[in-house]
Design a protein around this ligand. Structure first.
Ligand code: SAH
Length: 372
């Protein structure tokens, strides 16, 4: 096989030799003669083979490395990588859990590919020109590695436009998942809308936090702000909360929340599913809660939006604390990729000590990784 070659400038081979999977445009001495998405070899200035990956002349990341060996990148290769990724995930997965991320792009040495598993269905995102060019082998590999009932595509990230790709959405193989698919997480039922829900259907990255909410909730009144499909709310109810108020500005999210309650045999009171803006809700002089959960969408979509996002986090956390009973718990999250843990904590840290000293309340906080 004659693989086009991308030659690096002298001295620009260090990061790839250290196994970083990206080759930036500035490191390239000679571009390969290749179409966007093509497989190319990365070679040192002296011609030595260093890595193999997919090329995109329109991206600052010219090559995304799949392997450091001279091996074919085909369905068999992708199957090996996916099988390995899935084996690792399953080794760490709690019991009674059938929804989880199988493959997270570069994190699993499969750049541009995200695969989530939901009760036997695979939901995939193809995010780069390179992964797009491998679409056929990817479907074969997902079929071989997971053996799913169906493969559904949710390639709708804005990221695709940067790679010169249109959004894509729909069944790729096998059965279409039902509109409201019941899955299990730590023994709790969750309802996922694979075709139209947010992300690939659920916020799978909040599994551990929902478990923590289950532990904390006993005997408390809970505010589940930005509730989406009610995962935190159901976990808190199962954990013994006396009442949970779920607030979201999406009617469909609240409907999924009610379905989630029903799937767990929890009584649904419509008064506990509020279609409202959380900022407005928090400013009201309503009841205080024993446990406040704040899990907003990413407030900073870009670096330029960071300071506005930090003001947003501060606002909801301040107001959340105002609505917290003495001795209460508050959990706040950020999924803004541009806001790291230190920055997020800085957005409210002065308040935290005030609150700890004056109100004896405990604040837990976390940033969570973004699932694109
Ligand atoms: N905690 C959820 C995920 C929350 S995602 C879970 O574990 O599954 C963020 C949610 O916030 C979305 O459902 C979105 O509809 C909602 N949302 C975004 N902005 C909002 C606002 N200003 N007020 C109320 N809800 C909002």
């Amino acid at each position: 096989m004659n693989v086009p070659r991308c030659q690096l400038k002298p001295g620009r081979d260090k990061s790839v030799r250290a196994r970083h999977p990206w080759i930036f445009s500035g490191a390239v001495a000679r571009e390969p003669e290749a179409e966007p998405g093509a497989i190319v070899d990365v070679i040192g200035h002296d011609g030595e083979f260093l890595a193999r990956g997919t090329y995109n002349p329109d991206s600052q990341i010219r090559v995304r490395v799949f392997t450091f060996e001279q091996e074919p990148i085909d369905a068999a290769f992708l199957t090996r990588r996916l099988t390995e990724a899935r084996r690792w995930r399953r080794a760490l997965l709690p019991e009674n859990t059938d929804c989880f991320r199988v493959c997270f792009s570069e994190g699993d040495s499969l750049p541009g590919l995200i695969v989530d598993e939901y009760a036997g269905y695979a939901v995939i995102q193809i995010l780069t020109a390179g992964a797009e060019a491998l679409r056929g082998p990817i479907v074969d590999a997902v079929t071989a590695a997971i053996g799913p009932r169906g493969i559904y595509e949710r390639s709708e990230s804005a990221f695709r436009a940067d790679e010169g790709l249109e959004k894509r959405h729909g069944v790729l193989a096998g059965e279409e998942p039902p509109p409201e698919l019941a899955v299990t997480e730590n023994g709790m039922r969750l309802i996922a809308d694979i075709a139209h829900g947010q992300k690939t259907g659920l916020f799978l990255d909040q599994r551990d936090a929902r478990k923590l909410a289950y532990k904390i909730a006993d005997g408390r009144t809970v505010l589940n702000a930005f509730s989406y499909s009610g995962g935190f709310g159901a976990a808190a109810m199962i954990g013994g909360a006396t009442r949970v108020v779920n607030v979201d500005s999406s009617a469909r999210a609240l409907e999924l929340g009610r379905r989630t309650y029903e799937a767990n045999g929890l009584a649904v009171d419509d008064a506990d599913f509020l279609d409202a803006d959380v900022f407005d809700f928090l400013r009201e002089d309503g009841d205080a809660f024993g446990f406040v959960i704040l899990d907003p969408p990413a407030f900073a979509k870009s670096q330029a939006g960071v300071s506005r996002a930090l003001r947003g986090y501060k606002e909801i956390i301040m107001q959340g604390l105002r609505r917290l009973e003495p001795g209460g718990f508050l959990m706040a999250f950020s999924c803004s990729g541009h806001v790291d843990t230190a920055l997020f904590q800085k957005s409210f840290s002065a308040r935290r000590s005030t609150c700890a000293a004056r109100r004896r309340s405990c604040c837990a906080s976390a940033t969570r990784s973004t699932i694109r």
